[in-house]
Design a protein around this ligand. Structure first.
Ligand SMILES: [Zn+2]
Ligand SMILES: [Zn+2]
Ligand SMILES: [Zn+2]
Length: 485
């Protein structure tokens, strides 16, 4: 081409003037319009294969390069297929290449033990998505790299030293699902790393005792349950461990050795910590059995807390999804959280006015009735983002603006729109609005709450503090507006 000057022309695809053009079906398109056409592969009428149909055949039908005797290639540099383009190669070839690099042992070949992972990831339905997953640092494919290079063992034990979070857990589940690691009970297997992080913050004498209790009682019981382990039984075990730490801290604060614990002291503790007897029972029974304490009596009372958590587990899962999943429309995330956390009916949420939200420097509050409620992170940020979205600033200055404006000017979002968005994520407003989850959060130890919501413990502390308020009036509102919506 050299110094040849190409005059700008109008792209027939987008109507913009462009200098760079490429031919597709005898028309000259801009790069972007050409690339879009190049990606839209179809069945070629000549050879029946999935191809880029960029040329006309003798019957004036769009057909593929080879059926029309052309030479320009749209194929993958490696395998020749024309669909699924990803740079110079197809996504599958690119993925095969990346996986080989990722899972290579010291001989630059895929580590034989990790071959099933290679096969499973390559056979996935969407290689582009897998490629994207591999490039995210937070996704932790580095664990696989370290295993391939022999820097960490390919075993469940390796995970004891890794943080317990969803990305690490995903890699572990992947290794198990592909048969590289033997099956395990994920909920139980994650306890050791959780416990270690917890005990790191405790003085040694306390950490040692809790560790013994966890190992010889709480974890052992879970292992004995085998396949019958539920999330509820794991939460109970964790609660027993957390309550034990709390109780031992109290004993230390009262300069009392465990061996000197009297019935009167235990009664005092339970009086000052109502609702803790059930969670503390496993520890007290264990210490009595192992003669660490004398025989002590615990009041018989129904174990309400774990039951509450079990029945509401699904709803907490929904809260977690709405907090973190940014593929859900922002209004549906906010509406769904208002519904689950504050037990507000969907119809009432859709009718909310923008002035029910107040943003005062770094505090965001919502008022459902008379009392403003401070929104904890990250819910406050979701509301901020909702109010800061483009085009909203001029709109919000008008009085009586809806918080969730609908498609029709002057109307709020319909209940059905909000409801269908939530239902599409498995959140059914009729089932969901049993009670304000915030109220229940008050009965939950902060680390359990943090774990349920996938939040940092410091953030969960704020959730727990908020939930400790008086919820009587919200229950009243709920009853009054509890009509089918
Ligand atoms: Zn164009
Ligand atoms: Zn063809
Ligand atoms: Zn290819």
């Amino acid at each position: 081409m050299g110094g040849e000057r190409v005059p700008p022309r109008i792209c027939p695809g987008c109507g913009r003037s462009t200098k760079q053009t490429r031919v597709f079906l005898d028309q000259r398109f801009c790069d972007a319009c050409w690339a879009r056409r190049r990606r839209a592969t179809q069945t070629c009428p000549g050879c029946g294969q999935t191809k880029v149909l960029a040329f006309y055949d003798e019957h004036q039908r769009p057909a593929c390069t080879s059926c029309t005797g052309n030479t320009s290639s749209f194929g993958c540099n490696n395998c020749g297929r024309e669909d699924n383009v990803f740079g110079a190669c197809c996504a599958t070839c690119t993925l095969a290449d990346r996986l080989t690099t990722l899972l290579a042992d010291t001989t630059s070949r895929v580590h034989p033990q990790l071959q099933p992972v290679y096969d499973a990831l390559l056979a996935g339905p969407r290689p582009q998505t897998t490629l994207y997953w591999l490039t995210r640092r937070s996704a932790r494919p580095d664990i696989l790299v370290m295993m391939a290079r022999g820097e960490i063992a390919i075993s469940h034990t390796a995970f004891y030293d890794l943080p317990c979070n969803r990305n690490v857990n995903y890699v572990r589940d992947l290794l198990t699902a592909t048969g590289v690691l033997p099956p395990y009970q994920p909920l139980v297997a994650r306890i050791p790393s959780w416990l270690r992080a917890l005990l790191d913050a405790e003085p040694k004498h306390r950490a040692d005792l809790v560790h013994r209790f966890a190992r010889w009682h709480a974890l052992r019981r879970l292992h004995m349950l085998g396949d019958r382990v539920t999330r509820g039984s794991v939460l109970q075990a964790r609660n027993a461990i957390l309550s034990t730490i709390k109780f031992l801290t109290w004993l230390d604060d009262h300069d009392t050795e465990l061996a000197d614990l009297t019935q009167a002291m235990l009664d005092d503790y339970l009086l000052a910590h109502p609702g803790h007897a059930a969670m503390l029972r496993p520890f007290i029974e264990w210490t009595a059995r192992t003669a660490l304490t004398s025989e002590l009596e615990l009041p018989k009372q129904p174990t309400t807390q774990p039951e509450v958590m079990l029945s509401d587990e699904q709803r907490w899962d929904h809260v977690e999804t709405l907090i973190h999943d940014n593929t859900i429309h922002l209004y549906a995330r906010i509406g769904g959280l208002f519904m689950l956390l504050f037990a507000q009916p969907v119809a009432r949420i859709c009718r909310m006015r923008a002035n029910q939200i107040t943003i005062d420097s770094d505090i965001v509050t919502v008022t459902f009735d008379t009392e403003p409620i401070e929104l904890p992170a990250p819910l406050d940020q979701l509301v901020r983002d909702h109010l800061n979205r483009p085009g909203w600033a001029s709109y919000v200055s008008r009085p009586n603006t809806w918080l969730f404006p609908g498609g029709v000017p002057g109307k709020h979002l319909t209940t059905e729109t909000m409801r269908s968005r939530l239902v599409s994520r498995g959140i059914h407003p009729n089932h969901a609005r049993k009670a304000a989850l915030f109220q229940l959060a008050a009965t939950m130890p902060v680390p359990v709450l943090a774990d349920l919501l996938g939040l940092d413990p410091n953030t969960a502390v704020r959730w727990a503090a908020l939930s400790a308020r008086d919820w009587g009036q919200y229950t009243a509102i709920r009853r009054e507006t509890d009509m089918p919506s």
